[in-house]
Design a protein around this ligand. Structure first.
Ligand code: CAA
Length: 283
């Protein structure tokens, strides 16, 4: 199946990164969000990333202009009327995603694939609100999108082999590495990553070591690029809590219970880097 035009829904950190890599691979990209100011902010992130590449001489100014020329802002879901693929990267909320997918199903052409960048919500449930569950799939990018190689591709219960293959081919064209997984809570990435982060928070909560010591152990002892508490701040503590709750509810197993300290920080509005404070303080 040939894909030329892609709509990315959500111009936040993930959506803008996805739009950037799609534009860099030569696709025509619509970057959609609810308001023009959100789209502008997303385009600003892309501009900053590309300018950094130019200043490091990893890209020429002409190449940067070429990438930008593939991007068109959008604040209307009806713009999906002639796209071949939608990649949804809106907030992690089932109600909102269901609404978006149900609208998209009536707007996008019959051949279009509807993908979600959800980090843990069930693809099968998202697909069920559409009349094309066989064309719904998970395309889970990692943060920061322009740097991280992995795209976890999640097959919903009804996803066809043809749709899977198309998404795998596109992922390779984005210069990323596709890994196929089935649709269970947290998929593979967050089923393994989040309990580790949650355990690091328990280790802090129980006074086993300071936050700096916990991060240092995992960085120097396990060669992780960031310690788990720094990484939690980077991902967002609200997202970490949401994923732990999805695992806890989805498996019904107490081993996934979110640490009370994580809940407390989220209730306090200490969400990590994005709010200037999480386990660490950011200027
Ligand atoms: N956007 C774009 N590019 C970025 C970036 C960002 N936010 N942050 C860093 N970069 C680029 C830099 O420009 C630099 O590029 P070049 O090599 O071309 O010069 C490169 O990344 C390395 O950056 P730095 O040297 O500044 O810093 P670093 O070596 O410490 O790397 C990092 C930064 C890539 C973020 C690294 O710390 C890292 O890999 N951290 C772990 C990230 C991780 O685990 N991500 C997954 C999170 S989980 C997730 O996303 C899924 C989920 O569902 C929750």
């Amino acid at each position: 199946m040939s894909v030329n035009k892609i709509m990315v829904i959500g111009a936040g950190q993930m959506g803008s990164g996805i739009a950037q890599v799609c534009a860099a691979a030569g696709y025509t990209v619509l970057l959609n969000d609810l308001k023009q100011e959100f789209v502008d902010r997303g385009l600003g992130i892309i501009n900053k990333n590309l300018s950094r590449q130019v200043s490091k001489e990893k890209m020429t100014a002409e190449q940067m202009e070429e990438v930008l020329s593939h991007l068109t802002p959008s604040t209307d879901l009806n713009d999906a009327k002639d796209v071949d693929l939608v990649i949804e990267a809106a907030v992690e909320n089932m109600e909102i995603k269901s609404k978006i997918f149900s609208q998209l199903d009536s707007i996008a052409p019959a051949h279009a694939i509807l993908a979600s960048n959800t980090s843990s919500l069930p693809i099968t449930e998202i697909a069920a609100v559409t009349n094309r569950p066989e064309k719904v799939i998970g395309m889970h990018f990692m943060n920061p999108v322009p740097v991280m190689k992995l795209v976890e591709i999640i097959r919903g219960l009804a996803t066809t082999d043809e749709v899977y293959q198309t998404i795998e081919d596109i992922t390779k064209k984005l210069n990323k590495v596709p890994v196929e997984v089935n649709d269970f809570p947290g998929f593979v990435s967050n089923r393994i990553l989040m309990p580790m982060i949650n355990e690091a928070i328990y280790t802090l909560y129980e006074g086993v070591a300071t936050k700096e010591a916990i991060d240092e152990v995992m960085k120097l002892g396990m060669n992780h690029p960031m310690g788990p508490l720094t990484l939690a701040d980077f991902i967002g503590l609200d997202t970490c809590l949401y994923i732990m709750e999805t695992l806890h509810e989805g498996f019904g197993d107490t081993k996934y219970r979110p640490c009370p300290l994580l809940r407390k920080y989220v209730k306090a509005g200490w969400l990590g880097r994005k709010t200037g404070r999480g386990f660490y303080v950011y200027e």
